[in-house]
Design a protein around this ligand. Structure first.
Ligand code: HEM
Length: 497
């Protein structure tokens, strides 16, 4: 019957229209507005799916292109309505000036809670303040100095293993080597002399658990945990890691051994006299592992990559090491002479900030750069982009450690360089990381040159931490004997990918 046919057709069209509308709503989220308010511009994207297709294939590329097309405040249309801020003034606004209304995103904190519990990264309010005060001494001043020998000893034993590979064509997989090194260093700091006993079981359990939790942080949408097949593997793994940590906490409560676990369980808050419960200590231990296990290793990986691409910078580094260390193992006392080493590390962290993205949804309405920022809008700060902002960085994609002379640092916008972020929720491991990186780079570069296997394609994998997706195989050469006077300053300004 024609009447029924039309009804079916009309019903179908309405359903399709509603479907498209729903799909569009799902894909584009919502950017609520108010009369008289100006919304941030968005790039030309799919009318129905917004930026979803390109976010799925190239997350960072989508943000970079959106910024280049639209400017320093840009709305990226996806199921989670996102607004990227690139300008250092806006970074300062969010992370310092109006920090109380821009907490770390609840979604990120909830997802990381799978590993870190209520540790400092995922907590807020009075719990966070107390935990930060209690953890602070473990990563500053004298504590850092007490870790330096452990750092160089662990690095030297890795290099002893490399000795037989030098001059051969067999490459080492650098990210794996650096991850093993980083994990052993943080393991020895946390567990002290008992690390070797726990290393294999803890490493396996922790990595399995964090490979579940880490990637979920960036997912645009995610299934309820219990529906994901990895969830049960994660539950078993985190249970095993917890058992090792709780046993160590219990032992240290009765007999402190001078490691970081002892320091945490016996720390007392100067303001309240309170200490940490077993669960709080467990959460901070997992937080420290999570903070360290990829960040320093991948910063090191990118360091070897850039030094392999820029031989003149590597020569200058080798000259500095030869002059200052003359074959000795580096210590913190050598740091005043290892200025170029520091500049190289600063420049690596600029081009490849390991923690490359942060989110800060405001708790109330705000305005940034003349644009309306409604409460809950998923504000993104992307150090990778701010670090390449052409108004603050000449030849932004070039590798040039000389950007980090004291004069040039002092002349720069304080929020143009934020590898550890700024403000109240700044990384607690910043000072420790810079010391560890300088010691490790100096120890390795003194003995070896790492060269990228020719034609190996390098592209970034953007999990929570930026790492090379196809690995980074590099061959090893013994470092040449260098002259022991500083080399002439050569400009190094080719493009870094
Ligand atoms: C190159 C090395 C590192 C880099 C680039 C780095 C970077 C960062 C960044 C950007 C944040 C802020 C994240 C946000 O606001 O969303 C952060 C926070 C944090 N990092 Fe690191 N980190 C590094 C090493 C470490 C290490 C070794 C630890 C070990 C203790 C650590 C522990 C933490 C903690 C606990 C926080 C949260 C601080 C708070 O909320 O009070 N990080 N880190």
């Amino acid at each position: 019957m024609p009447g029924k046919g039309w009804m079916w057709l009309a019903g179908g069209a309405a359903a399709a229209g509603t479907g498209i509308f729903q799909l569009r709503r799902w894909a584009l989220g919502s950017y609520p507005t108010k009369p008289g308010k100006v919304l941030a511009p968005h790039p030309k994207d799919d009318p129905v799916l917004g930026s979803v297709p390109s976010l799925g294939t190239d997350l960072l590329g989508t943000f970079v292109n959106a910024w280049k097309e639209c400017g320093d405040v840009v709305y990226v249309r996806s199921p989670r309505t996102m607004c990227l801020l690139a300008h250092p003034d806006h970074v300062k606004h969010v992370l310092i000036d109006r920090q109380p209304i821009y907490p770390r995103s609840q979604i990120v904190r909830d997802r990381l809670r799978a590993i870190m519990g209520n540790g400092m990264f995922s907590s807020a309010g009075p719990l966070w303040s107390r935990q930060r005060r209690l953890m602070q001494p473990a990563f500053h001043g004298e504590s850092i100095a007490s870790y330096t020998k452990l750092i160089t000893d662990t690095t030297t034993s890795m290099l002893d293993g490399w000795q037989q590979l030098a001059g051969r064509r067999t490459p080492v997989e650098v990210p794996d080597e650096m991850m093993r090194l980083g994990f052993t260093i943080i393991g020895r700091i946390i567990f002290g002399a008992s690390w070797d006993e726990h290393a294999a079981a803890f490493r396996e359990a922790f990595l399995t658990a964090s490979e579940y939790g880490g990637p979920r942080v960036l997912a645009l949408v995610s299934l309820p945990q219990w529906m994901t097949p990895d969830y049960y593997r994660y539950r078993r793994a985190i249970g095993m890691a917890d058992a090792i940590v709780y046993k160590a906490i219990d032992e240290r409560r009765h007999a402190p051994t001078g490691d970081l676990i002892s320091l945490l369980v016996h720390a007392r808050d100067a303001e309240t006299g309170e200490g940490m419960s077993d669960e709080e200590a467990r959460d901070e231990i997992m937080t420290a592992f999570f903070g360290m296990y990829k960040s320093i290793p991948h910063a090191l990986t990118w360091t070897w990559y850039l030094l392999s691409k820029y031989p003149s910078a590597r020569r200058r580094l080798q000259d500095e090491l030869a002059t200052v260390l003359q074959g000795r193992t580096p210590t913190m006392e050598d740091f005043p002479g290892l200025e170029y080493t520091r500049k190289v590390i600063d420049e690596v962290l600029r081009l490849y900030p390991p923690l490359w993205i942060m989110s800060r949804p405001p708790t109330e309405d705000d305005e940034i750069g003349g644009y309306y920022i409604p409460a809950e809008l998923f504000i993104l700060i992307i150090p990778y982009i701010t670090h390449r902002h052409p108004d603050f960085w000449e030849n932004p994609d070039g590798f040039d450690p000389e950007r980090f002379t004291p004069e040039r640092i002092a002349a720069r916008h304080p929020c143009a360089y934020i590898p550890f972020t700024v403000g109240k929720r700044k990384c607690i491991g910043d000072e420790f990381s810079l010391v560890a990186l300088r010691l490790i780079v100096a120890t390795i570069a003194q003995r070896f040159e790492l060269n990228l296997v020719p034609d190996h394609p390098i592209s970034r994998q953007l999990e929570f931490i930026m790492r090379p997706i196809n690995g980074m195989p590099m061959t090893l050469e013994r470092a040449p004997q260098r002259q022991t006077t500083p080399a002439a300053k050569e400009p190094i300004a080719a493009r870094a990918r």
